[in-house]
Design a protein around this ligand. Sequence first.
Ligand code: PCA
Length: 197
Amino acid sequence: MNPKKLLITGFDPFGGESINPSWEAVKMLPDVIGDWQLTKLEVPTVFGKAGETVLAAAAQLQPDAVLCVGQAGGRAAITPELVAINLRFGRIADNAGAAPVDEPVAADGPAAYFSTLPVRAMAQAITEVGLPGQVSYSAGAFVCNDLLYTVLHHYTGTPVRAAFIHVPFLPQQAAEGVPSMTLQDIQKGLCAAIAVM
Ligand code: PCA
């Protein structure tokens, strides 16, 4: 059987950080995990542009699934996201200086979408390799949510599946008392999650 095509993305650094664990982890993943052939893409942390970048790459690749990964500083677990909401709010500016206040992602879109990959099984798989993994019910309202909503909105009614995974800070990013995870563990957790998709 031909491997299924997975477009997997990570973000560039934002919010004053010099590194983003999502792209650091994604760019070093194996090219094949289980049934999946991975195509890796770095995405700008910019409202709107993140989704345009991913959908343009997906138009070329014609993937079977799109899995986006982002940093959730302060979280201790690797967290597959169940929901994306039709809301943009920037507590801080994105990498183009935009900080929207309660704008829709898609004016014609529903309030929310559920992820279409098996996020519960993915979270379970992360725990089974000995790492903290947990389904999250909010991807926030910043660029990560914007991207997940955009991808789900685009592929609704099609066979193309999509989800998002938030990952913790790397140890070098985390201030005293803030949780973090090594790059090796983030990669191990992502591999475990992808293997059960
Ligand atoms: N995390 C941000 C955007 C980019 C990233 O890695 C977020 O959670 O929205």
